[in-house]
Design a protein around this ligand. Structure first.
Ligand code: ZN
Ligand code: ZN
Length: 267
């Protein structure tokens, strides 16, 4: 086993993901309160003072809400792309001050080594300053986390390829979104090429990415208003079955809980 993985929160109202290894306790995003992050970590037996860093995907509220509190309380490194830092600094009412020594910069397509894990950030299309997804490598294992993206392309799918665990966004059901109560501009934003992935497209992407060493695919960042877990699961499952993938026993398809720790995966 190289990695330990779980979601502490995943959805349009807050995201926080944990990746651990022998020498690391990392978070991707902290878009819930600092207290909820601490509670989630306590559930899996991780002391927040042993965190080695938080990797930020982008500056939207549901990804950074607790970052300031955690940075001030634990003085841990926070990694984000240059324009994401600029955007966060302009929104200091959400996160408050982040100590200067905690601010670490990552660049798209430049891997960074954190103890025993190599972290690779890569750009994704989303209506934020400089959003990224991340892949994590340790020995021959790879975990990828990609949420908040309007679409994929060859570059993104190459970065996601050969993962042993993928957390992929399945944000909305198009029909629920279209008949739902959201205002027109917001529907257009979500459906747009820099918005969010719908269930069908998430299924098609997973189908293309499937390979025999993919152990777990977790659907995440579900919309509270325009999706629900059983629908996301079934829609993606149907896409996989259509390509003869869903029936393999060596592969698990899961849906992340919106709040609270989902299953813990050892990869
Ligand atoms: Zn976003
Ligand atoms: Zn989001």
């Amino acid at each position: 086993m190289e990695f330990c993985f779980t979601t502490i929160a995943s959805g349009s109202s807050g995201n926080c993901i944990y990746i651990g290894s022998e020498k690391n306790n990392l978070l991707i995003d902290a878009g819930i309160s600092g207290k909820k992050v601490e509670q989630g970590l306590a559930t899996i037996g991780v002391d927040p003072s042993n965190l080695n860093g938080i990797f930020i995907t982008h500056e939207h509220h549901d990804h950074i809400k607790g970052v300031g509190v955690l940075a001030r309380r634990y003085r841990l490194p926070i990694y984000a792309t240059p324009l994401t830092w600029q955007a966060i600094e302009q929104m200091d009412t959400i996160v408050g001050d982040i100590p200067q020594e905690c601010k670490q910069v990552v660049q798209k397509d430049k891997e960074i080594l954190i103890n025993d894990i190599v972290v690779q950030p890569y750009g994704i299309p989303h209506d934020a300053a400089e959003p990224v997804a991340y892949s994590f490598y340790k020995n021959k294992k790879k975990i990828s986390v990609a949420t908040d993206l309007g679409h994929t392309n060859d570059y993104i799918e190459k970065n996601l390829a050969e993962s042993n665990l993928i957390l992929l966004e399945a944000n909305h059901d198009i029909d629920m979104l279209e008949v739902g109560a959201y205002p027109y501009f917001l529907k257009q934003r979500i459906l747009g090429s820099s918005g969010h992935l719908c269930n069908e497209v998430a299924g098609q992407i997973l189908s293309r990415l499937y390979h025999p060493k993919l152990e777990v695919a977790i659907l995440g960042h579900l919309s509270r208003e325009n999706n629900f877990p059983a629908l996301a699961y079934q829609t993606v499952y149907n896409e996989l079955v259509a390509d003869d993938i869903g029936l393999l026993s060596s592969f698990q398809l899961k849906v992340a809980e919106r709040e609270g720790v989902t299953d813990i995966y050892q990869i």
